[in-house]
Design a protein around this ligand. Structure first.
Ligand code: NAD
Length: 368
């Protein structure tokens, strides 16, 4: 297979971590007999410095023409960087919002994995920490409360704010289909999270999810109220495989799940549209405080690249090889500074990329 990928190195540590993900992709894909070509585009501060805007129309057109986009992260020090003296629509983050909209990315995927080797970083105790967990939160990204009509009026002499939460059947159906499709690639369980005891939008959500579930008899569906889910995430996170939920609930629950892992440099993410196209990026930001020092953890970006192989290209075998290599570096006691612990060897960003590459095995060429 020939993969045509647009890369957005971005700002801060972005170029350093994307370089490692490219190294890993090159090694893994070559081993399994595939080809990849990259085209880099500018976004965020890097684009402001060259073009005066955080994302050009030409960059969007290039992204649209690719099979997938792999991104580092964008933005600078929000208190010191001159980028934050610009009007809001010209700041780095505006580029991110623009590309998400242009590419119609409505499904956000955030895996939260607790590796046994990094269990000490987990704020939970006892069995919960020891058992580890591996879940994926699928959040609807373009509907619900954040995109509904809003206004503030004055009524009976006092200010009154109104936000509207709407979901259409088609908006729910398309993300539910994504959720079940992705569960099929994992442990085949979907927990749909809503507030159906109170909200009409949640009752419609639940009804449509149940309709979609009929096409996926091999996937187990359960429903959970959002308040219970917030508790279960800290009580027994291992029960979850895919959590499927609407925009605001997903915003809150995905941050909660990330914190439970305790390792920001390890968290991948993806945003998908209704084709196989996706934008893949680490969950963390551009970490300007450590940029250019070759100490950033590239694993979140490497794991985002692995999600790209799995969800945009259906190359599950290559993605598995990358995920295994990441697990192997951890088992071998190799750590970047953010996840360093006693008895391990500390390595830099670039060396971590090399060490992951060395541990990629399998594939056609390896077997010969
Ligand atoms: P951040 O995630 O960049 O950093 C938070 C802390 O975690 C810092 O101490 C940083 O050094 C550390 N850290 C983050 N990633 C790391 C890694 N891979 N390895 C080791 N340590 C890591 O969050 P912030 O400081 O709030 O934001 C910095 C900039 O990033 C801001 O401009 C913000 O707007 C932007 N940002 C961009 C994205 C994105 O591109 N999607 C997301 C979040 C924040």
């Amino acid at each position: 297979m020939k993969l045509n990928v647009v890369c957005i190195p971005g700002d801060g540590i972005g170029p350093e971590i994307v370089a490692q993900a490219k190294k890993v992709l090159n090694k893994a894909l070559a081993l399994y007999g595939h080809e990849i070509t990259y085209q880099d585009i500018l976004m965020g501060g890097a684009s402001i410095d060259v073009h005066g805007v955080p994302l050009t129309d030409e960059a969007i057109a290039n992204a649209k023409a690719a099979d997938a986009v792999l991104m580092g992260s964008i933005g600078g020090d929000t208190t010191k960087s001159p980028w934050y003296k610009l009007a809001p629509e010209l700041r780095p983050e505006a580029g991110l919002l623009k590309i998400r909209k242009a590419l119609n990315l409505f499904a956000n995927l955030r895996p939260a994995v607790l590796y046994p080797e990094l269990a000490d970083a987990c704020p939970l105790r006892g069995e919960t920490r020891k058992n580890g967990f591996d879940m994926l939160i699928m959040r609807e990204l373009t509907g619900g409360l954040y995109f509904g009509e809003r206004k503030t009026i004055t009524e009976n002499g006092e200010r009154k704010a109104i936000d509207t939460l709407t979901y259409s059947e088609s908006e729910i159906r398309r993300i539910a289909i994504k959720g079940f499709e992705i569960a099929r690639k994992r442990r085949k369980k979907v927990t749909s999270v809503d507030k159906a005891n109170v909200l009409d939008s949640s009752r419609l959500w639940r009804a449509v999810v149940e309709e979609v579930a009929k096409d996926y008899p091999d996937v187990t569906l359960e429903h959970m109220l959002v308040d219970n889910c917030a508790m279960q995430l800290v009580k027994d996170p291992a029960q979850f495989d895919v959590i499927l939920t609407e925009n605001m609930f997903g915003d809150i629950l995905s941050d909660e799940a990330s914190m439970v892992t305790g390792s920001i440099g390890m968290l991948a993410s993806a945003s998908l549209n209704d084709t196989k196209f996706g934008l893949y990026e680490p969950s963390h930001g551009s970490a300007p405080d450590i940029a250019g020092k070759d100490i950033a953890n590239p694993i979140a970006t490497v794991l985002s690249a692995s999600m790209m192989l799995r969800y945009s290209f259906d190359l599950d075998d290559v993605a598995d090889a990358v995920d295994r290599a990441v697990q192997q570096v951890l088992q071998d006691g190799l750590r970047t500074v953010d996840i360093m612990s006693e008895g391990c060897r500390q390595v830099g960003c670039s060396e971590m990329g090399d060490l992951i590459c060395e541990r990629i095995t399998g594939g056609q060429r390896d077997e010969k």
